[in-house]
Design a protein around this ligand. Structure first.
Ligand SMILES: [Zn+2]
Length: 342
């Protein structure tokens, strides 16, 4: 501890650090904090210490901000840096004094109106409006940079919204016999596609559709619950996951899956769409039984052509007992021609 001069004793004395309740005045309002003081051991008087004093004041400011729900200096800095603006540039943009933001980031307490504005611009949509009205207040270089930042945040938001609405469209809110008593799990479904595609070293689209169906239905037969919660629809060429094209389209745009037209020589023609996995599936998403089912389906159908898988799916009770474009109920899974080997 540094040496202290006690004005009361008029000499350097031994001191101790004490903590206790203190009431400080912040903007005309008494704020109580747990503060630190230096006490002279000889006369018990408090000794002024500038460093401790400013630390106590900071504490009081923080308590005041908390009480009035004001942004902290760090939060203000984070918002500013998110847009790549300097302190002066942001102040100018908002029509405030040049050093206003500098003061706030260094601990001065912002007034309520300024606080509301700073909260508003956290949303890029609002920042865009303010920027468009005040563009001339920035240098052309700062303006161009900010414009680009805002555009990229708005693009991210759009993608987020798209993802959420897609998830909503795809998810079947109930878990019943059409979903195999499980709520649809898009991430798991995507990973099942990756798993099959990876382990088959690429797979034709028409074959993949049916293997997905076999996986979910076989797992239901064994455990009374599907793997992914996907619904499957009766199509002329066999069972197809609902909104299937949407999911693989998303996976392509996310760089998870690659689609190629391939020439191959079978009875069904010479051109088909083949998927290859561009990333590893997250296998830890799946239970031991789920992995066993998927591996069994892969082993069973590995050498089958798409046509042969289609023909087999046409023979399944689940397919025969449903009409064109009907959702195939998992209740038929118990009559599936396949069983997991014991
Ligand atoms: Zn003293």
């Amino acid at each position: 501890m540094k040496a202290y001069f006690c004005p009361n004793c008029e000499e350097f004395t031994d001191v101790k650090l004490d903590t206790g309740k203190q009431v400080l005045n912040v903007r005309g309002e008494p704020i109580e904090i747990e503060g630190e003081v230096v006490i002279c051991q000889a006369c018990r008087a408090k000794i002024f210490d500038e460093e401790l004093d400013s630390r106590n004041l900071e504490k009081a400011y923080a308590a005041y901000r908390e009480k009035h729900k004001l942004l902290s200096p760090d939060e203000i800095r984070t918002t500013r840096e998110k847009y790549g603006l300097g302190q002066r540039a942001l102040s100018r943009l908002l029509g405030w004094g040049e050093i206003t933001i500098h003061r706030y980031e260094n601990g001065a307490i912002q007034d309520k109106v300024h606080d509301s504005t700073l909260r508003l611009i956290e949303d890029p949509q609002n920042m865009k409006k303010i920027f468009e009205a005040n563009r001339s207040k920035l240098t052309s270089c700062a303006a161009a940079r900010l414009e680009e930042r805002i555009a990229s945040f708005l693009q991210e938001d759009k993608e987020q919204v798209f993802h959420i609405s897609l998830q909503r469209l795809l998810s079947y809110p109930h878990s019943d016999l059409t979903s195999g008593f499980r709520e649809y799990d898009l991430e798991k479904f995507k990973n099942m596609i990756l798993y099959l595609t990876k382990h088959l070293d690429g797979v034709l689209k028409t074959k993949l559709n049916k293997l997905l169906w076999y996986c979910d239905f076989l797992h239901f037969k064994e455990t009374s619950v599907s793997i992914t919660g996907a619904q499957y629809v009766h199509y002329p060429y066999g069972p197809v996951p609902k909104y299937y094209e949407l999911v693989t389209g998303i996976m392509e745009s996310e760089g998870l899956l690659d689609k190629n037209e391939v020439g191959f020589n079978t009875e069904e023609g010479i051109i088909g769409e083949q998927f290859t996995a561009l990333v590893e599936p997250s296998e830890d998403m799946f239970s031991e039984t789920e992995l066993k089912v998927m591996q069994f389906i892969i082993d069973t159908f590995r050498t089958y052509t798409a046509t042969r898988v289609m023909n087999q799916s046409h023979q399944e009770t689940a397919y025969r007992k449903t009409g064109d474009r009907d959702v195939i109920s998992y209740e038929h899974a118990k009559e599936l021609s396949l069983s997991l080997p014991k």
